[in-house]
Design a protein around this ligand. Structure first.
Ligand code: FES
Length: 146
C-alpha cells in the first residue's frame, strides 16, 4: 500500500465549532488529504464521491454535524443513508466500503477531527491498494501546444 493514500475530506462548513480545528483543516491538512467544504453533508451527491474515486482517491471521509445540529433539518441523516447505499454499491464493484467513512462532530468534540482523520488514514493504509476505479487521467499542466 502507498505510504500516503489520497484522501478526500468532505466537510460540512458548520460542523467544526473550534476555530483552531477549522484552521487546522483549512491550513494544516496532511498533503495527501484534499478538502471539499460543503454547506451541509446533505449536499454531497454520490456522483461527487464517484468522481473522487475515479480521480484516484483511496479513501473518502465525510465530516458533518450530529443529527440534531444539522442546519438543514435532516441533511446529514439523508446523506448518511444515501452515501451508505452508495458505499455498498462501490463495495459491490470492489472498492472496499471501509474506504468511505462518516464522522459526526458535536460542540465538545474539539480536536476530534485530527484524531478521526488520522485513524481513517491508518485504516486505509492497511487495506490493499485499489486503483481499479481510478479511470480519470489528470489534465497536463500548462495546456497543450496544439
Ligand atoms: Fe452540517 Fe447539515 S449542516 S451536516
Amino acid at each position: 500500500m502507498a505510504d500516503s493514500p489520497e484522501i478526500i475530506l468532505f466537510q460540512c462548513q458548520w460542523c467544526l465549532y473550534a476555530p483552531e480545528d477549522q484552521d487546522w483543516v483549512d491550513h494544516q491538512l496532511p498533503q495527501n488529504v484534499s478538502l471539499i467544504k460543503v454547506p451541509c453533508t446533505g449536499r454531497i451527491d454520490p456522483l461527487l464521491v464517484l468522481n473522487a474515486v475515479q480521480g484516484g482517491a483511496q479513501g473518502i471521509m465525510i465530516c458533518g454535524c450530529i443529527p440534531e445540529n444539522c442546519h438543514f433539518k435532516a441533511g446529514n441523516l439523508s446523506a448518511r443513508r444515501q452515501l451508505d447505499e452508495f458505499a455498498a454499491f462501490l463495495d459491490f464493484t470492489g472498492f472496499d466500503r471501509q474506504r468511505v467513512r462518516f464522522t459526526w462532530l458535536n460542540l465538545q468534540d474539539r480536536g476530534r477531527i485530527q484524531h478521526d482523520l488520522s485513524m481513517f488514514i491508518e485504516d486505509v493504509q492497511a487495506l490493499p491498494e485499489d486503483d481499479h476505479l481510478h479511470t480519470r487521467i489528470p489534465a497536463p499542466l500548462g495546456g497543450s501546444d496544439d
